[in-house]
Design a binder for this molecule. Structure first.
Ligand SMILES: Cc1ncc(COP(=O)(O)O)c(C=O)c1O
Length: 217
């Protein structure tokens, strides 16, 4: 948190915390960032695009959970991708705001356009109604119980994978992955042959796993 504090200055408009980030699965200390934002009198955004429909259901699915949302006093907006673990059609996404005043800044309105008042819910212009309807239908169809069940299954499988990695001396799991992204490294091998390893795991468990990053230091 000290390192983040040092990066904040009078030009800082909006720090962003991840819950979690893509590729490493790290969930930032959102309550800590929120306290920092209070002290610095700035808003705080949480990128929950990947985590959204998992991290919000951890508690209901009886897994270890954590605070990442509006319960942290300075979280002012949260992005959640309905098209990921929300199982909605690709291209649908959401931003939640703490207040309607904050949300109002998202709208684009041009009152003196030659064709009359031009108004759009975002700067991107026209929104595809079919995607919005598809997203709504998916969410209603899966429902709270469905998301809780899928969280149980996905996180349960992730825990099994973490456990089986822990049982080997190498590779080593990085941090404490709480959702579906597991980062691991090896101190012995300069390169872990990831693709064959995932292929084996998939064949064995009849699951689809994807390698999202293979860093070398
Ligand atoms: C953590 C995180 N934030 C933001 C994004 C961007 O989402 P989109 O591709 O839906 O714009 C992604 C996409 O994978 C993500 O994983």
């Amino acid at each position: 948190m000290y390192a983040v504090r040092r990066l904040i200055n009078s030009n800082t408009a909006l720090p962003v915390g991840s819950a979690p980030n893509f590729s490493r699965g790290i969930i930032d200390d959102i309550p800590g960032l929120s306290d920092l934002a209070v002290r610095c009198k700035i808003p705080l955004h949480v990128d929950c695009c990947l985590g959204s429909f998992l991290v919000a259901f951890l508690e209901k699915a009886d897994f270890e959970s954590l605070l990442f949302d509006f319960r942290c006093s300075r979280v002012t907006s949260i992005s959640c991708d309905t098209h990921k673990y929300g199982f909605a059609p690709r291209g649908s996404s959401t931003v939640l705001y703490r207040s309607t005043i904050l949300r109002s800044y998202q709208y684009f309105v041009l009152p003196d356009w030659s064709g009359g008042v031009y108004a759009s819910i975002s700067i991107a212009g026209s929104s595809p109604g079919a995607l919005i309807a598809g997203c709504w239908a998916s969410m209603i169809n899966v429902g709270e119980d469905g998301y809780t069940a899928s969280c149980k299954e996905i996180i349960g499988t992730t825990r099994e994978i973490i456990q089986s990695i822990h049982e080997q001396t190498e590779p080593e799991v990085l941090g404490n992955p709480l959702i579906s992204v597991v980062a691991f490294t090896s101190l012995t091998y300069s390169h872990i042959p990831l693709a064959p390893l995932l292929h084996l795991l998939c064949r064995h468990n009849r699951r689809v796993l994807s390698a999202i990053e293979c860093s070398r230091y």
